[in-house]
Ligand binder design. Structure first.
Ligand code: GDP
Ligand code: IMO
Ligand code: MG
Length: 431
């Protein structure tokens, strides 16, 4: 059996959607195991740009099974809007949703905004999609599961109770809900009718597929540095976004996973708050942001830009058990005279190559750079750059250096946003 995890190795928006779309070609099942509509995964196909917040990025292939696992949080309005958009484009995906996934309510979004305001300097700069409050309810065992949402009797019983409690919590912040509880109930009863057909035993489906030697792709959302445990707390999201989350968030055992592919953008980008040691603020940052269109898919916020950070990537390799790297955006980083890699941090006058022990220590680390000669922009030529050998020499040296430092082979190199802009060095489903 072959279970392959695609995981963001940095701070998100590495290009997971594009890499998943590529490897989905050989997959039978694609499953999202964490997060909700905070994700924004872009897939460019046949000249059209698709942005998926909730749906797995495998939906563009007809006949593939797509699953939202128990580790996800579902915003019904967003789910139905995404499905309707696909329907308009003539695509009707096969979709199943775990009964154990949790449901995001409008009041979760109100709470998200209120909590952020209250946190002040400790605010993560969330997407305001209600993610933290929905996962908080899950952990506190107040939450509304997808199985309850799909059952009108359970929904009528559980939702008013939950909303009444959440309204009290919101009042502590001096806020009122944007939507009355009675309206939310009516709205969710109506959504529930539309969504109930997707309810299925996701864990059983996945395990049956794996035992029949089918190929399963686990699509990570967010990224390692945003993981609730392994990311930079509290400037992170609220789920286990790293590779371990693929098992707990979908209901398969660890032995089901044969490959863990870390998606690594050729530089660093970050939406939201918190320290990014290799962040840059100069005209190069501006150039990369503009060339790369580095503005948040979900919130349109300008993404913060930095040089590639090997210290966080070493950490990412370790906590995910990366077996391969999928690089993206090698084209975006072109036409810069000298590019840098943060190879170590300076911490209390010492050079360290691994993460310091605590978050407080991480936040005062300074980057130590190694400089590399840049490479030319191939322009239209990127589309015909179909082998590693055809990459500009300096780009090859840059990628090989990172791969060597991480003792992890290169599986994929992205050289543009479209499907044809890919150099594939490893078919992850082939032994
Ligand atoms: P995700 O959240 O990890 O799926 O990434 P996003 O979709 O939020 O952001 C990645 C952006 O980079 C999208 O606009 C992609 O179309 C684009 N992209 C992905 N890979 C490449 C690449 O190799 N080169 C270029 N130029 N764009 C890419
Ligand atoms: P994809 O899957 C980049 C960031 C937010 C914020 C923190 C918490 O597209 O890579 P949340 O709304 O989850 O409570 O926000 O996490 N964040 C992301 N940053 N890409 C994402 O997803 C993100 N999802 C959340 O900006 O700092
Ligand atoms: Mg994104």
């Amino acid at each position: 059996m072959a279970g392959v995890v695609i995981v963001g190795a940095q701070w998100g928006d590495e290009g997971k959607g594009k890499v998943v779309d590529h490897y989905a070609k050989e997959a039978d099942v694609i499953v999202r195991y964490c997060g909700g509509a905070n994700a924004g995964h872009t897939v460019v196909h046949a000249g059209k740009k698709y942005k998926f917040n909730l749906l797995p990025s495998g939906v563009l292939y007809p006949q593939k099974t797509n699953i939202l696992g128990n580790g996800t949080v579902i915003e019904p309005e967003k789910l139905l809007a995404e499905l309707a958009e696909l329907e308009e484009a003539g695509i009707s995906p096969t979709l199943f949703i775990s009964p154990k996934a949790h449901v995001v309510l409008p009041i979760h979004k109100d709470l998200d905004a209120a909590e952020e305001e209250h946190k002040g300097a400790r605010a993560a700069g969330t997407t305001k999609r209600g993610i933290g409050p929905a996962y908080s309810d899950k952990a506190a065992r107040f939450g509304l599961r997808f199985e309850d949402f799909c059952d009108p009797v359970a929904l009528r019983e559980k939702l008013p109770k939950l909303l009444a409690l959440k309204e009290k919590v919101l009042a502590v912040y001096g806020k009122k809900p944007t939507q009355a509880a009675s309206e939310t109930l009516q709205q969710y009863l109506s959504y529930s009718q539309e969504c109930a057909k997707y309810l299925a035993d996701a864990s059983l489906l996945l395990n049956e597929a794996l035992s029949k030697k089918k190929n399963v792709l686990f699509e990570g959302a967010q990224a390692t540095m945003l993981d609730i445990d392994h990311g930079f707390y509290p400037y992170c999201t609220s789920s286990n976004t790293s590779a371990g989350g693929a098992c707990t968030g979908s209901g398969v055992g660890p032995c089901a996973i044969s490959e863990v592919v870390g998606v690594v953008k050729a530089y660093t980008s970050r939406v939201g708050e918190g320290p990014v040691p290799s962040e840059i603020f100069d005209s190069t940052a501006e150039k990369i942001r503009e060339r790369g269109g580095e503005f948040g898919t979900v919130t349109r916020r300008p993404r913060r830009i930095g040089w590639l950070d090997l210290v966080t990537l070493r950490y990412s390799k370790m906590v995910n058990g990366l077996t391969g790297i999928a690089f993206t955006r090698v084209d975006t980083l072109s036409s810069i005279e000298a590019v840098k890699i943060c190879v170590a941090y300076e911490f209390e006058g010492k050079k360290i190559e691994h993460m310091p022990l605590t978050s407080a220590q991480f936040s005062i680390c300074k980057p130590i750079y190694r400089e590399f000669s840049g490479w030319e922009d191939l322009g239209e030529g990127w589309a015909s750059c179909n082998s590693f050998a055809k990459l500009p020499k300096n780009a090859r040296a840059y990628l090989e250096f990172i791969s060597k430092e991480l003792s992890t082979p290169i599986y994929f190199v992205g050289i543009g946003p479209s499907r044809e802009h890919a150099i594939v060095l490893k078919d992850v489903f082939k032994k």
